[in-house]
Design a protein around this ligand. Structure first.
Ligand SMILES: [Zn+2]
Length: 305
């Protein structure tokens, strides 16, 4: 958790100031040099992989593996090495929970190696064109063809593969406009994507169509899909459960109401941030990648856009 908190800001910092492409690649490789991929068994043939970037779920089967998200490109070899420790089968499917590079960086390599990439239609749309993550002023160039989803959906999609029944469900206007949650029915496991940051304020990409109301609706959908014993894999942070997700929803609703009251009262973004409406939640949620002021600012952005 502490390591993650330390790594996240570094991983998401703008890389615009780098002088040349080769230097950029060097630094890109360098910032991942100490990252180790860890693997936790969630059930028969099902694992959570953590390294840097979004959490991964691996489902192995006799006909090849299914991966939910694939972190950053420089980590692909290490991720494949970890997969190889539990199955000899190749990755046949990659499900992306949204378009951000810390969840789709391995797509190009895996796609070129024959995996079929699946995501919401807005993920393909955004990855096909140059993007700007407005909150960080960060430009993200369009992805190469091999990295793009080849199967897209608008609301939901089911995949039955290798003995796994996998339900993919779209969540509207939450972390982005192309979020999906992935449920492994047989093993009672739910991957929430970045709708859920466990233990820290979430990033909400308002420039990509995200907003706190969608985050809350998405988290509530997650709660409705989860039972007492469901293992919940958040987009970031350690493995969680229904109680953890419930606590997170309560926090989001509290911040939404506190910030919303100030927006309604006609206060400016600066005034709202200065009023510190998230203060009651900051000790528990404010020590992660999103500092309280930054989080409050993006909550306002999503409400006033
Ligand atoms: Zn994200």
């Amino acid at each position: 958790m502490r390591l993650l908190s330390m790594l996240l800001p570094a991983l998401l910092l703008p890389s615009l100031l780098l002088p040349a492409a080769s230097r950029a690649q060097e630094m890109e490789a360098d910032r991942f040099k100490d990252v180790v991929i860890t693997r936790t068994e969630l059930g028969p043939g099902l694992y959570m992989l953590m390294g840097a970037g979004g959490n991964i779920v691996l489902a192995s089967g006799d006909d090849g593996a299914v991966l939910v998200d694939d972190q950053f490109a420089p980590l692909t070899e290490r991720i494949l090495a970890s997969i190889k420790e539990v199955t000899d089968q190749p990755v046949r499917w990659v499900l992306n929970t949204h378009w951000h590079g810390d969840h789709t960086g391995g797509n190009e390599h895996l796609g070129a190696s024959g995996a079929l990439i699946v995501a919401h239609q807005n993920v393909r749309q955004r990855m096909s064109t140059d993007q700007v993550i407005q909150a960080f002023g960060r430009q993200v160039p369009a992805s190469p063809d091999a990295a793009l989803p080849v199967v897209t959906f608008s609301e939901e999609l089911d995949l039955h593969w290798g003995g796994h029944d996998i339900q993919v469900r779209h969540v509207a206007a939450a972390h982005t406009d192309g979020d999906a949650m992935v449920r492994f029915v047989g093993q009672d496991v739910l991957h929430t994507g970045d709708v859920y940051f466990n233990g820290m304020y979430p990033f909400i990409d308002t420039g990509s169509g995200g907003g706190i109301d969608g985050m809350i609706a998405g988290a509530l959908l997650g709660l409705s899909l989860a039972g007492e014993a469901t293992k919940i894999v958040p987009g970031h942070g350690p493995l969680s459960d229904r109680d953890g997700l419930q606590t997170y929803v309560t926090m989001l609703q509290g911040v939404r109401d506190a910030v919303g009251a100030l927006v309604k009262a006609g206060e400016t973004r600066e005034q709202i941030v200065a009023a510190k409406p998230s203060a009651p939640w900051d000790p528990t949620w404010g020590g992660g990648f999103m500092a309280p002021d930054t989080f409050v600012g993006i909550v306002v952005d999503g409400m006033t856009r």
